[in-house]
Write a protein that binds this ligand. Structure first.
Ligand code: SF4
Ligand code: SF4
Length: 476
């Protein structure tokens, strides 16, 4: 990316439309690289294994779109539970605000799928093509057997990882065993023609996510973070001067310059930075943190590891580049007790508690009562006044249930001709109901009435719904 200075005003301009060159990253080990590995591995393992895990014979997590059921472990959610999803997204957003206010973009650097998959793809690249310098050399070489097999092997493993990712992702929507066996064409027993058993839509999305993973983690990498991810753009709003982010201690590092380990560099007017550029060479987004905080920085800490390794070699104190705050760099102290941080944390804790309470006390049964709004408000049958209702019972449990219905209110209401029926798991059952009361009992034109629906096999599965009973105007 070319940079230009504007005549003496120290403002640098970057041409964002210029094509981006490939970034060759230097292999580095250290504390933050290990943290990235150990946060990435469980996330990848959970992503890969969850669709294979069966609970009561069905996948532990299964978003069954045709049936409009969302199975998460032992719970089944329905479109009616959409509010819970909305709350989950709000909680995630607030958690992100809290963590970003405290630790900057650590989500990006350590747990974002784009970063985790890119790290995996870079490890494969390092394995087949070697470290940074070897990769640059290989790229400059003309095509040879050595270059061909290394590139082919790298891309084959990338495609394999991308395919596993695509299958796993779609496996959250289509049972993964069926998906995997159905994706490979087999001959039709009658015609002998090769065909896939899986639905073409599932096959399309598997290929789509395979291609997206291969392109995003293999080719686009940092460009997704820089130009496509909206989070990079608004993160600065959440930063304050006490946010811990990867920063270069310019007071200690400048003036930068090369020297020998045994030189009295301070006497030469130099700071601790030996200008080796390792911090730039390891950076997955190709920035120089010594230029100050930049929106591209994903707070991955790799430059911290690189610089610490250099400091160790030079026998200087570690931490020239470190997780620190603007306040600490200027005043020597970070203030962790900030009202904004407390506000976010309190909001997140309150929302998580309310969310958990809702999940734990949630009844997988919903009932709707609609009063018959026919021409007549009520019917007269001998000495009885009758109202007609339509009850919609939605059995959101994973097992079938037979429900008993009772009515109650200010008068001795009676339910006519209701025979309990079994309602399948996930079924919405509509029942017309007639409720009757002796005319002599009524002394009001309109009175509230409650319908109580209880499972015959599980009394905790119950719902109460209210409506009104309409009768004739009482005589004065
Ligand atoms: S790794 Fe450390 S010493 Fe080397 S250039 Fe970067 S800041 Fe300076
Ligand atoms: S500057 Fe450092 S922390 Fe930021 S992205 Fe580059 S290597 Fe990671």
């Amino acid at each position: 990316m070319s940079e230009q200075s504007s005549g003496g005003d120290n403002i640098r301009y970057r041409n964002l439309y210029e094509s981006q060159g490939k970034i060759y990253t230097r292999k580095i080990s250290g504390f933050y690289q290990s943290v990235r590995r150990y946060t990435g591995l469980p996330l990848i393992a959970a992503f890969l294994l969850l669709p294979w895990l069966l609970i009561d014979g069905r996948p532990a997590i299964h978003f069954d779109l045709p049936a409009r059921q969302f199975h998460v472990l032992w719970l089944t959610f329905w479109p009616q539970d959409f509010m819970l999803l909305a709350w989950l997204l709000i909680i995630s957003a607030f958690s992100l605000f809290t963590v970003t206010t405290l630790l900057g973009r650590v989500y990006c650097g350590f747990t974002c799928p784009q970063t985790v998959w890119t790290l995996m793809f870079i490890s494969v690249e390092h394995f087949f093509e070697g470290d940074r310098n070897k990769q640059i050399k290989l790229a400059q070489q003309p095509w040879s057997f050595n270059k061909l097999w290394r590139r082919s092997a790298k891309h084959s493993v990338w495609v394999l990882i991308a395919f596993i990712t695509g299958v796993t992702f779609v496996g959250y929507f289509v049972p993964i065993r069926e998906l995997l066996s159905g994706l490979f064409p087999s001959p039709d027993p009658d015609t002998g023609i090769l065909s896939m058993a899986v639905h073409p839509v599932a096959a399309f999305w598997t290929l789509f996510f395979t291609a997206a993973t291969y392109v995003n983690a293999g080719w686009m990498r940092e460009q997704v973070c820089k130009f496509m991810c909206p989070y990079a753009r608004f993160q600065s709003v959440m930063y304050d001067k006490d946010t811990l982010a990867v920063q270069y201690d310019a007071k200690r590092g400048e003036n930068r310059g090369p020297r020998k380990a045994k030189d009295d560099y301070k006497a030469d007017g130099l700071g601790d930075c030996i200008d080796c550029s390792w911090c730039v060479q390891v950076c997955p987004v190709d920035i120089d943190i010594r230029d100050g905080m930049q929106y591209e920085c994903i707070n991955c800490g790799l430059c911290v590891d690189a610089c610490n390794a250099v400091m160790d070699k030079m026998k200087y104190e570690r931490g020239l580049i470190r997780f620190t705050s603007v306040d600490e760099l200027t005043t020597g102290k970070t203030n962790f007790f900030r009202p904004r941080l407390f506000g976010y944390s309190f909001a997140v804790l309150a929302m998580i508690s309310a969310f958990m309470y809702t999940i734990v006390t949630r009844t997988p049964l919903s009932v709707d009562v609609i009063r018959d709004r026919g021409v007549r408000l009520y019917r007269v049958s001998g000495s009885q006044i009758q109202n007609v209702y339509t009850l919609k019972i939605n059995n959101m449990d994973s097992a079938p249930h037979t429900y008993n219905i009772t009515v109650s209110g200010d008068y001795p209401f009676q339910l006519k001709n209701y025979r309990p029926v079994e309602i399948e798991a996930g079924e919405v059952f509509t029942i017309p109901l007639r409720v009757s009361v002796a005319k002599s009992e009524l002394d009001k034109e309109k009175t509230p009435i409650q319908f109580t629906v209880v499972s015959a096999s599980d009394a905790s599965l119950s719902a109460i719904e209210e409506s009104n009973f309409i009768g004739p105007m009482p005589r004065k």
